[in-house]
Design a protein around this ligand. Structure first.
Ligand SMILES: [Fe+2]
Length: 308
């Protein structure tokens, strides 16, 4: 194991080896990259990956060799009064291949214990999603939580506070991983054909029953995001579904988007303080929900033949 081997691997993924470069776009988890390195004959640990990636980033800021986690440089200063766009998967041209891969992506890794998962649920967290991030009540609660997170032992709070969900890319040690990984790389290829530019996975998330991602802004990763959302079964009651909620940065209105199966949602992450897109995702139902996120080019609407 060595940092040198990892550096060589990242350089190859960034510049030399096209297949490897494509595979890297499908990855968001460190463990996945370590496994991919091993399959290509490079032995390194996650710690070595972090160090090698940081060194390459310092050498070549924004370079593709730096890491598989770098989003395309598609952030702009342009503003929009529309903060989200939603479509049905079947209505988007060129998305047939993505729809066909969904059964391979919607996995429940055997390494996840739903029983343990359920113990991480806290009423107080769910309660916070009903507040407005612009309210004093939320700000004081949020400040308190951040403080608690730093001061107390991890046993007091779920290990990754704010994430009561399963990051599929953190699970590589299960029998279904290889099939899942191959499906992800095929999805990247399909989406790059649609958008005619680079596309990367930004997150592959499984929201079991009673799960959530609390209010956040993702401001460290600006740019357009696309999420493909699906569930295990349709929602029978349209007033009781999973939902995406955001704070309109201009009007401070809270917008709640009830979900249904096979939906594609686009929204833009900004970094300037007055344009931050505070958002949260909640699955209060007994359905399993999956969402697959991608960093997509600024020109996504034109590529789809939509306005913009
Ligand atoms: Fe987010």
């Amino acid at each position: 194991m060595s940092i040198a081997a990892c550096t060589e691997f990242l350089r190859e993924a960034g510049k030399g080896n096209k297949i490897l470069g494509q595979q890297m776009k499908a990855m968001t988890g460190l463990g996945e990259i370590v496994l991919l390195g091993r399959r290509h004959g490079y032995a390194f640990s996650t710690e070595e990956l972090v160090k090698a990636s940081a060194a390459l980033s310092a050498e070549d800021p924004g370079g593709t060799a730096a890491a598989g986690r770098t989003a395309p440089t598609n952030a702009t200063r342009a503003t929009t009064s529309f903060y989200h766009y939603e479509y049905q998967l079947a209505d988007l041209p060129g998305f047939e291949a993505v729809a066909a891969e969904l059964p391979h992506l919607k996995i429940m890794p055997s390494s996840v214990s739903l029983e343990n998962f359920a113990t991480g649920f806290r009423d107080e967290d769910l309660w916070s999603t009903a507040l407005s991030p612009a309210s004093d009540e939320f700000r004081s609660w949020y400040g308190r939580m951040l403080k608690t997170q730093w001061q107390h032992a991890p046993s007091d709070l779920p290990s990754k506070w704010g994430f009561h969900l399963v990051d599929l890319d953190e699970h590589v040690e299960h029998e279904g991983y290889q099939d899942y990984f191959e499906a992800k790389t095929r999805v990247i290829a399909a989406l790059e054909r649609v958008f005619g530019d680079e596309v990367r996975f930004s997150g592959s998330l499984w929201y079991p029953p009673k799960s959530h991602r609390l209010w956040h802004t993702n401001e460290q990763h600006p740019g357009w995001r696309m999420y493909v959302i699906d569930t295990d079964r349709p929602f029978e009651d349209s007033s009781h579904t999973s939902f995406f909620r955001y704070l309109n940065p201009q009007t401070k209105e809270i917008v709640t988007l009830p979900e249904r199966q096979k939906t594609v949602r686009f929204f833009k992450i900004e970094q300037e303080p007055d344009k931050l897109l505070w958002h949260c995702i909640v699955n209060p139902t007994d359905r399993h929900r999956w969402s697959f996120g991608f960093a997509v080019p600024e020109t996504w609407q034109q590529s789809l033949g939509l306005s913009g």
